[in-house]
Every structure is written in structure tokens, then in C-alpha cells.
Unconditional design. Structure first.
Length: 402
């Protein structure tokens, strides 16, 4: 009988990885299959489903659960054939388009754009598109005849979902309403230096501060989650509504969920995260990174006053379209999809929206926005700021003293 491995929720217990060439999951060898078949006491099967290692158990094991096994995000299921992500409708299997392009092992913005352009040429206004480890996941308007759409695009399968099925943003996303502090409440301590991860508040909501950026005129702004500051020119307070007035919302980046706060002159700030057991010296944030340049399964991190440091695995890029005002064009916003695991203690709690998510080198990837129905962390790409003419404020220019 194969002994059960000593699984650690922080360290991958396997001495092998199922991430193959090109960053895609590969089939296990016979030895690996034997080891993977005996991970948990009540296990009755496993499979690789997209980016996930799905392990079927008749009873969920004791927590904490590992986030990674053999390099892949772990998904525990108690029902046979359960899948981490719903399978949409497949188009016409025999209809293959854009065969001159190959998305089998990779994705890029050029491939996304080619698919978008194809549907626009056919008069189909797709609303979201995502490459998910060897297949396309495409959201179409309700009433669209999926049976009239291609089943293969750029040499891989295309699955379709109707708008409203699973990508709707929750009404309050993960904003947390102000309430009297208890032992379970977030770190709402007032800080003399404002940095990524402190609490910020409007009159209605408590959320998390993002990063400091500057425009072409060197004016400094703090990023925040737009829905946390629902009224025009909302005042921004730290740490709570009855705290210090640190600035006012001066601009909203249309459809991105990012708002910019013009800081008061006496506010000190720094693009340097808090210290923690994981990062004893904190993380110096140094640049904004295109999500298409992030490696699959790369560990990325966020630090919020509601959870402390949290790590997750980058999965893929999702692109969402919005109609441009007063014109027929559509604006496409990039999102990063992140897997934080299934253990509740590792899932970003309410109030985390607006938090910056960065890689091990301090590159900002996205801003946490909400958790999908499938427990996928959704973050709007920080790259949207670069496209609007903003750049990361260098720490050596930050206001630390006067």
C-alpha cells in the first residue's frame, strides 16, 4: 500500500511537476500516477482538468489544504466528474477558422485580437474572451445561436457561454461596509505613511488602497476601487470614514473599475508593501507589467488589511468588452485570473478590492476586484493605467517627509 504523502499547504510535497514544455499540464507517468492516486484518505480518483489537478474525495480532508500539488493548482471535489470551471457549449466542430494561427500551446494579445476581429467581421459582438490552457472560453450575448459559431479557432476548441451566466460582477463586489471594530475586523490602524494595503474609506464603503501613479505632468494619484467610492468627487479617508481626509477621487478610468485619488499636499506615501513573515523587508514595487507577459502558474501576491499576505497562482488573461460612449467601437479591458485555493483562510475576504497584486520582482499585475462564483480571483490589469498615460510613481520620489 502506498503511504499518504505529508502534504504542506505552503510547500509542494511532490518531487515532480506536471507542468510540461510550454507551461501546459502534461500527463503523469506511471510512478507519478501511483503517487497522485494516494493523496488523501478518502480519495477515489483524480484527473487534470485545464490548469487544475482535480482530486475526487468522498469526504473533504482536514484543513489546511495545499494550494499546489505537482506544480498544479489543487481542486478538491466530492462528486465524480465535477469540474472547477463549467463547460460551455461547443460550436460547430467541423467549422474551423483562423487555421493559420496556432493557439495550442500559447496565448498572446495578437491571438486574442485576431479572434475578436473575426467575430466582429461576422457581426457577432462577443463580450468576453479567454484562452484557458488549450481552448477558448467566449461569452456571447444571450440569444446567440451557439450552433452557428465555429467550434475551432486558431486550431483549438471554442466553448461559448451566454452573458449573465457566470461573469456578472457582484453588486458590491468585495466592498465591506463600515462597522464597529471587533477582534475579527481588519487592520484599521492609522498610518502616517500611506502605502499599498492600508484601508481607505468613503462614506459608504471600506476598501483597500492600491498603488501610487503619476501622469505626464508628474501629478501623483492613489489608485482605488471605483465601486468603493460611488459618488463623483468622493472624499477618501484613512483608515475609516471618521479618520483622516487624505484626498478626493478626481478621475475614473472608464469601465476598468479603477479610480484615481488626488492626494492632499500633506499626505506622505510610498510604493512599498508592509513587512510580513513572508516578506520580512516588504516588497518595493517597481513597475507595471502586461498580464500577457506573466508566466502561467506563476506565484503572485497581495497584502490586504483584511487578510494579510496572500499568494495565488496566475492562470490566464480574460478580456471584457464595453461599448464606447457615443460611438460604435468597443473598449476591451484586460483582467487577470488568479487561483487562491479553496481553503477559506486563503481566499481574499470582503474589503480586499482595490488591492494590488504583484509578482516576486515587485511588478504590478492587476488590482483585485472580486471572486467569481467558481472561486477565481478576478483582477483588472494594472496595464490599463499605462494605456491611459499613467506610470508607477518611483519610490525615490515618494513623499516621505516635507
Amino acid at each position: 500500500m502506498v503511504p499518504l504523502p505529508a502534504l504542506n499547504y505552503k510547500v509542494d510535497a511532490m518531487d515532480f511537476t506536471l507542468i510540461g514544455e510550454g507551461g501546459l499540464p502534461r500527463p503523469p507517468t506511471e510512478r507519478e500516477r501511483t503517487l497522485l492516486s494516494h493523496l488523501f484518505p478518502s480519495q477515489f480518483g483524480f484527473c487534470i482538468d485545464g490548469p487544475f489537478l482535480v482530486v475526487y474525495v468522498s469526504e473533504l480532508p482536514a484543513r489546511p489544504w495545499p494550494r499546489l500539488v505537482a506544480g498544479l493548482p489543487l481542486y478538491l471535489a466530492t462528486t465524480a466528474f465535477e469540474s472547477p470551471l463549467p463547460v460551455g457549449g461547443l460550436g460547430i466542430v467541423r467549422w474551423s477558422v483562423l487555421d493559420d494561427l496556432d493557439a495550442t500551446n500559447t496565448s498572446s494579445q495578437a491571438l486574442y485580437q485576431a479572434v475578436i476581429d473575426f467575430f466582429e467581421s461576422k457581426g457577432v459582438q462577443i463580450q468576453e474572451i479567454q484562452w484557458m490552457f488549450g481552448c477558448w472560453r467566449i461569452v456571447v450575448p444571450e440569444g446567440t445561436g451557439i450552433s452557428s459559431l465555429p467550434g475551432r479557432i486558431c486550431r483549438i476548441a471554442a466553448f461559448y457561454f451566454s452573458k449573465g451566466y457566470r461573469h456578472n460582477i457582484p453588486p458590491v463586489e468585495l466592498a465591506l461596509r463600515n462597522k464597529q471594530p471587533t477582534k475579527d475586523n481588519p487592520d484599521d490602524s492609522p498610518y502616517s505613511i500611506i502605502r499599498p494595503g492600508v484601508t481607505v474609506a468613503s462614506k459608504e464603503f471600506l476598501t483597500t488602497a492600491g498603488i501610487f501613479v503619476e501622469d505626464a505632468h508628474k501629478t501623483i494619484f492613489l489608485t482605488v476601487a471605483s465601486h468603493g467610492f460611488p459618488t463623483a468627487n468622493s472624499a477618501v479617508f484613512h483608515p475609516q470614514t471618521n479618520g483622516r481626509h487624505i484626498g478626493d477621487v478626481s478621475k475614473r478610468i472608464e469601465d476598468s473599475g479603477i479610480s484615481l485619488v488626488k492626494l492632499k499636499e500633506d499626505v506622505k506615501f510610498e510604493n512599498h508593501s508592509f513587512q510580513s513573515d513572508i516578506e520580512p523587508h516588504g516588497v518595493m514595487l517597481k513597475s507595471i507589467k502586461d498580464p500577457f507577459a506573466v508566466r502561467r502558474f506563476e506565484t503572485i501576491s497581495m497584502d490586504t488589511p483584511f487578510s494579510g499576505p496572500v499568494d495565488g497562482q496566475f492562470l490566464t488573461v480574460n478580456m471584457v468588452s464595453f461599448p464606447e460612449k457615443n460611438c460604435k467601437a468597443r473598449r476591451w479591458v484586460k483582467q487577470g485570473w488568479v487561483w487562491f485555493g479553496q481553503d477559506p483562510k486563503d481566499i481574499p475576504p470582503a474589503g480586499s478590492c482595490g488591492s494590488a497584486i504583484w509578482d516576486s520582482e515587485g511588478n504590478i499585475i492587476c488590482f483585485f476586484r472580486y471572486l467569481s462564483d467558481d472561486s477565481i480571483g478576478i483582477g483588472v490589469a494594472a496595464y490599463e493605467l499605462l494605456e491611459e498615460g499613467y506610470s508607477l510613481c518611483r519610490t525615490d520620489k515618494a513623499r516621505l517627509s516635507f
